[in-house]
Design a protein around this ligand. Structure first.
Ligand SMILES: [Zn+2]
Length: 254
C-alpha cells in the first residue's frame, strides 16, 4: 500500500471524473490520500470530497502562501473559523512562496508563523510549501524547533545539505514527480537521506511524473515515484512502499 501525502483532488481539474480518479488510485495501491487546503474558498470543496469517502481521505487545514494578500488577517480568520483540530491530520499547506510574487513577503512570514503556533498548540504536523524560499522558511522555523515541531517539506526543493538540515529539524522530505525529471537533484537527495525520512506525494493535479509528464497528475501515478526511489536507492518497490507508508502513518497519526 502507498499513501499519497499531498493531493488537491478537490480542485476543478477533477470535477468531471473524480470518482474514476479515486478508483484508479485504489486500483494502483494508494490506500490513503491526504488533502492539504489552500484558502477559505477551497475548504467547502475539500470537505465535499471527504464526505464522499471519509475513510479514504484525510484533511489538512491551512492558508497557502500564494493566497496571502492584503486581507490576510480576515482570510486567516475565515480559514480557521470553525476549526476543530480532531477533523484534521495536519496544518497545511503553509509556508513562503517567493516564486510567484514577493509583494506580500512579510505578510507570508506572519501567516506562516501564526500557523506554526497553531500546529504547536494542537500537536498537528506542518505541511510546508517552500518555493524559492528555503532560507526564509528556516528563519521562521528556527525559533520553534526546540519545542519539537514536526512536519514535511512538501515537494522538497533543495539540495542534499538542505535535506539534511530539514531532517535535523525533525522534518520529513516530500518526494514527488520532480524526482523523475532530467537534471533534478532529487536522486542525490533520495540517495543521501534514510528512507525513514521520506514521504511520497503527487501534488496532483500538478507535477506529473514521467511517463505522464505534461498531463494532469493524479494519485494513481504515485507508483512511478515509488518505482524511481527504488531504482535510485537500489532497493525494491515493496520496501519503498512499506517504509514510506509507515512514515506517513507516524507523522499524520493515521
Ligand atoms: Zn499543494
Amino acid at each position: 500500500m502507498l499513501i499519497d501525502t499531498h493531493s488537491h483532488i478537490y480542485l476543478e481539474e477533477f470535477d468531471k471524473d473524480r470518482l474514476e480518479v479515486v478508483e484508479n488510485a485504489k486500483n494502483s495501491g494508494v490506500g490513503t490520500i491526504v488533502l492539504p487546503n489552500i484558502d477559505s474558498e477551497s475548504i467547502p470543496k475539500m470537505k465535499q470530497v471527504v464526505k464522499s469517502d471519509s475513510g479514504y481521505f484525510k484533511m489538512a487545514l491551512g492558508l497557502h502562501p500564494t493566497s496571502v494578500k492584503q486581507n490576510f488577517k480576515s482570510e486567516l480568520q475565515s480559514v480557521f473559523a470553525d476549526f476543530d483540530p480532531t477533523d484534521f491530520v495536519a496544518i497545511g499547506e503553509v509556508g513562503i512562496d517567493l516564486y510567484w510574487d514577493k509583494t506580500y513577503f512579510s505578510e507570508q512570514q506572519y501567516v506562516f508563523d501564526f500557523q506554526i503556533e497553531l500546529s504547536k498548540k494542537h500537536g498537528l504536523p506542518l505541511i510546508i510549501h517552500s518555493r524559492n524560499s528555503f532560507d526564509e522558511i528556516i528563519d521562521v522555523l528556527k525559533p520553534h524547533v526546540a519545542s519539537g515541531i514536526k512536519g514535511v517539506f512538501h515537494c522538497f526543493p533543495g539540495n542534499l545539505a538542505q535535506a539534511k538540515q530539514v531532517i535535523d529539524y525533525g522534518f520529513y522530505i516530500g518526494i514527488g514527480g520532480v524526482l523523475t525529471y532530467k537534471n533534478s537533484n532529487m536522486p542525490e537527495v533520495v540517495q543521501g537521506v534514510p528512507l525513514e525520512r521520506i514521504l511520497l506525494e503527487t501534488d496532483s493535479p500538478y507535477l506529473s511524473p514521467i511517463p505522464k509528464r505534461g498531463k494532469r497528475n493524479e494519485p494513481a501515478y504515485l507508483k512511478y515515484i515509488a518505482d524511481k526511489i527504488a531504482e535510485f536507492t537500489q532497493t525494491d518497490f515493496e520496501k519503498v512502499a512499506s517504509i514510506t507508508t509507515k512514515n506517513a502513518k507516524t507523522l499524520f497519526g493515521l
